[in-house]
Write a protein that binds this ligand. Structure first.
Ligand SMILES: NC(=O)c1ccc[n+]([C@@H]2O[C@H](COP(=O)([O-])OP(=O)(O)OC[C@H]3O[C@@H](n4cnc5c(N)ncnc54)[C@H](OP(=O)(O)O)[C@@H]3O)[C@@H](O)[C@H]2O)c1
Length: 243
């Protein structure tokens, strides 16, 4: 049986991943800030899927705690899925650097710290899988959410480099690049139904990509094509678009 650590496990995508991997026999460590809620989820998963599921406290912004967090885990993870992140408020971030920094740190610096720690441990063992959820927003900076987009662009680049570094140690790194997902993160934002995935779709795509050792996945295939077009738009046109 394999052990999976989910960072940001209370997120809608995290919960869906927990159920999907538990269904496939994985023991789980659910990590996030709201341990009370996570423990309820862990108990439900144990009953439903007959696997070992435990909850632990994790704060992506408490960098100093990351090494001891990893060392005190109840089981050594064979795989990790990092799903934590914040969308933030673009308009506020334009005026308030602290808000901008929180977006960058929650999506990027937090992952650099914890995934760097985990990668170093997996490198010693010469095995393991690191999966991290980035976003199509990182493929090109748009005026409506470039703080979030920039943090995800940096994350995607970090994961690409980490994947290349880890290759020789047989540690696999998979980048997940979803478009819209129907979760509380985008609650109240209207998105086109054919381009909006459910958290369960994301979990299934992650599991499939994990089994096939994919380097990166887009979840809904249409997003790969859309982003190709968006990246091809010349800058002199792109800067005039209300995107
Ligand atoms: N929804 C979309 O349209 C969409 C599209 C592309 C990519 N994504 C990405 O998908 C991932 C999952 O997001 P979601 O849509 O499932 O959103 P969500 O339900 O809002 O989940 C975000 C999670 O991140 C956690 N988090 C934030 N800051 C944290 C910190 N400092 N330490 C620990 N956990 C922290 C939150 O935990 P608390 O409950 O403790 O606040 C929350 O559970 C994110 O990386 C997001 O950027 C989402």
């Amino acid at each position: 049986m394999n052990n999976l650590l989910i960072l940001g496990a209370g997120s809608d995508v995290g919960v869906a991943c927990a159920h999907c991997f538990a269904e496939n026999g994985f023991n789980l460590i659910l990590a996030s800030r709201n341990v009370e809620e996570l423990q309820k989820e862990a108990t439900d998963i144990q009953i439903r899927h007959g696997v070992n599921a435990q909850s632990v406290f994790f704060d992506a912004l408490d960098y100093k705690s990351h090494s001891s967090f990893y060392q005190s885990l109840p089981m050594i993870p064979d795989a990790v899925i990092s799903v934590f992140g914040v969308l933030g408020d673009q308009t506020l971030a334009e005026k308030d650097f602290e808000h901008a920094r929180n977006i960058i740190d929650s999506n990027f610096t937090g992952n650099v710290s914890i995934l760097g720690t985990i990668a170093n441990e997996m490198e010693k063992l010469k095995k393991g899988t690191i999966i991290c959820v980035s976003s199509v927003a990182g493929e090109r900076g748009r005026k409506s959410n470039y703080f979030y987009g920039a943090s995800k662009a940096a994350l995607t680049a970090f994961l690409s480099g980490l994947r290349a570094r880890m290759f020789e140690s047989q540690v696999h790194v998979m980048t997940v690049i979803p478009g819209f997902i129907q979760t509380k993160m985008i609650e109240g934002i209207k998105t086109p139904a054919p381009l909006t995935a459910k958290p369960e779709d994301v979990a299934k795509a992650i599991f499939k990509g994990f089994k096939k050792k994919k380097n990166s996945i887009y979840v809904l295939p249409s997003w790969r094509f859309i982003m190709l077009i968006i990246k091809m738009i010349p800058e002199f046109i792109f800067k005039k678009l209300n995107l």
